[in-house]
Write a protein that binds this ligand. Structure first.
Ligand SMILES: C[S@@+](CC[C@H](N)C(=O)[O-])C[C@H]1O[C@@H](n2cnc3c(N)ncnc32)[C@H](O)[C@@H]1O
Length: 320
């Protein structure tokens, strides 16, 4: 496969909940797996190692730079991998339904994406205000959103995707600032937000929540997760497992609700689950560890990024 894009600096990303993912997926020597968020290939490598000698892994990522790094790391497995560029919600276009023994989605961004100033994900380093996981895809950048959305929409975005309680004040200030000079860099945006919400000794940068919200919006992350879960679960064979790691409550809620729904033995009409609106049906999945799995103290000490990670696992049940 030919992946477009410039050379990347050395890739660094420490996979979270690695042991827990391998335990959940239980890779087999002739199993078939999908890692929909390859990143640097750390989880993928562990799945392939545990599934030696014959286990096969499809890998996918929206980010061409991640695919190059993962491709290098997984090269030693030869014909046991097939790597695709794109959103994991499209995996059903190249994988046969009912053919997989395990799927992993390790959501969000990699440390490498955050640490590469040019990608524009971080307020810690100045870079172009981009934030697209797939810069080759042509969609709107974070700068496009900040420079064009009306103040009300910008405030809603900061509130709903970042839980930013000063969302209105910040949005109003950004709209005024952009009249003089459109936003082009992460540093410029972080400085504008800090002017409205001074740090006052807080360890968290005041732009943290707005940056998270912009990243989620720029990449349509929540819609991808919703669609990805719906379309990936039927790719599993009965007994196959879907493992999803999320890093914030918005993602985790989508994953939890999806898994709860698949594990139920009924559907219901309308938005509210009321006993007399229920239609019985066999459960399609079985949840493992209903509350989700979080990092051990040892992992937290070694990798602070694991702090907000939660792994949920759903096993596909056979159709009766
Ligand atoms: C947390 S990192 C994954 C790290 C990886 N598990 C490892 O061991 O190195 C998340 C990766 O998923 C990718 N990603 C996020 N959402 C995606 C989606 N909807 N489709 C495909 N890739 C996605 C990001 O580009 C990023 O490289």
């Amino acid at each position: 496969m030919n992946v477009p894009g410039p050379e990347v600096p050395p890739f660094s990303h420490q996979p979270v909940l690695l042991h827990e993912v391998v335990t959940a997926l239980q890779p087999k020597a002739h199993g078939r797996y999908l890692d929909g968020t390859l990143g640097g290939g750390g989880h993928a490598e562990a799945i392939l190692e545990a599934g030696s000698p014959g286990g096969f892994l499809y890998g996918c990522d929206r980010d061409p730079a991640a695919l190059r790094a993962a491709g290098d790391r997984l090269g030693r497995f030869g014909g046991r991998t097939e790597i695709h560029h794109g959103d994991f919600s499209g995996a059903d276009q190249w994988i046969t339904p009912g053919s997989l023994d395990g799927i992993l989605f390790d959501l969000g961004v990699s440390s490498h994406q955050l640490d590469t100033a040019d990608r524009g994900f971080s307020f810690q380093q100045d870079g172009p205000l981009d934030m697209r996981m797939d810069p080759s895809g042509g969609g709107p950048t974070a700068a496009d959103l900040v420079n064009t959305l009306p103040a009300g929409e910008l405030a809603d975005l900061f509130w709903s995707l970042g839980d930013e309680r000063h969302s209105r004040r910040i949005a109003q200030a950004l709209v005024e600032d952009r009249r003089n000079r459109p936003f082009t860099t992460t540093g410029q945006l972080a400085a504008s937000i800090e002017r409205v919400c001074p740090r006052r000794g807080s360890p968290t940068h005041p732009a943290t929540r707005c940056f998270q919200a912009l990243r989620i919006a720029t990449n349509g992350e929540l819609a991808s997760v919703r669609e990805g879960l719906e379309r990936a679960f039927p790719l599993l064979t009965p007994g196959g497992r879907l493992a999803v790691i999320s890093f914030h409550s918005l993602e985790d809620r989508i994953v939890k609700e999806f898994m709860r729904r698949e594990a139920r033995d009924y559907d219901y009409e309308g938005p509210v689950d009321h006993p007399h609106l229920r239609t019985p049906r066999p459960p399609r999945g079985r949840e493992l560890a209903r509350k989700g799995i979080v990092a051990s103290d040892a992992e937290l000490a070694a990798n602070p990024r694991a702090r907000s990670a939660r792994l949920r696992v759903l096993e596909r049940l056979p159709e009766p």
